[in-house]
Design a protein around this ligand. Sequence first.
Ligand code: BGC
Length: 369
Amino acid sequence: MKKLLGIMTASAMAASLLAGCGGSKAAETTMAPAETTAAETTAAAAESKAETKAEAGTADLKDKKVGVCIYQFSDNFMTLFRTELENYLVEKGFSKDNIKIMDGANDQATQTNQIQNFISEGVDVLIINPVNSSSAATITDMVQSAGIPLVYINREPDADEEKRWEDNKWDVTYVGCDARQSGTFQGEIIADLGMDKIDMNGNGKVDYIMIKGDPENVDAQYRTEFSIKALEDAGLQVNKLDEQVGMWQQDEAQRLVANSLSQYGNDVEVVFCNNDAMALGALQAIEGAGRTVGKDIFLVGVDALEEACQNVLSGKQTGTVFNDHISQSHTAADAAVNYLTGAGNDHYIGCDYVKVTAENAQDILDSLK
Ligand code: BGC
């Protein structure tokens, strides 16, 4: 099991510093999901439902079948997430043979088939990272009518969908971080450099390019919006030179950033990437164009992939934001167990991001070992 303590402390600190963005809500829920939910199951209907389940749910976890759907196995971040999820489920007492993890291959129809198969196989609980968050209502209906509890991860369904779970007291929850916070942290990392350093062309503005993840994904939308909002909130003027969709992928980002750099040249002062995989691609393009991060351009990502943290330490990436796959995967597994034992869950279980610069990148790397 990975070390959690340092990160939880850092997260708690981050939460206490965070104004708005639901940070404290997230921290409370993450710290004590079981307690919070137990206290909340007051409605008579929910109580009797929980009692029935508690009797049935006391069976050993090793006999319980878990179906996991991942939107795409080749995604760097989701690979870390699913590996940690599987290890932790085994640690909790599930048998490895009873945990089946499917690759949605970034195709909703493929994933929907996989969910249907899981339902026919009679899995006891499902953990789903949807290909399209907008398909959540359809997925929920299918899974719910089969009477299977459902934990969504990583791609948050919209507010209307989450309200349905609550209104109907369904055993459905979402485990993830608030992407607004990660965007804010990216913007703050850049703003903290100070305008003297950032404004290399002297036009009084932060000239930037934005490389986005899948635009359907709320993480991509919020990171794009809130990174720039943080610059503006710090009183800086901004100038968007280019905004492109890199679909979370390194090679695509490399291509896009190379294009932008050849078009806008030395005017590009900051490259924002919605994740680190794309920041790694951006770095290749930056180096290919003969530019140097920290000297004549700045670069930020999100996730704190190992390679990105190493780059932050050596100065090749200005900063990143730790997307805590350890706490998210453990919390998702714990939520699955809570459904199986009848303890139940809140309908939203949050966690906190952590800002990563050269100062703490080594601590983050150490905590991941
Ligand atoms: C991560 C990305 C990842 C995406 C997948 C985001 O939270 O930051 O790296 O590609 O989730 O949905």
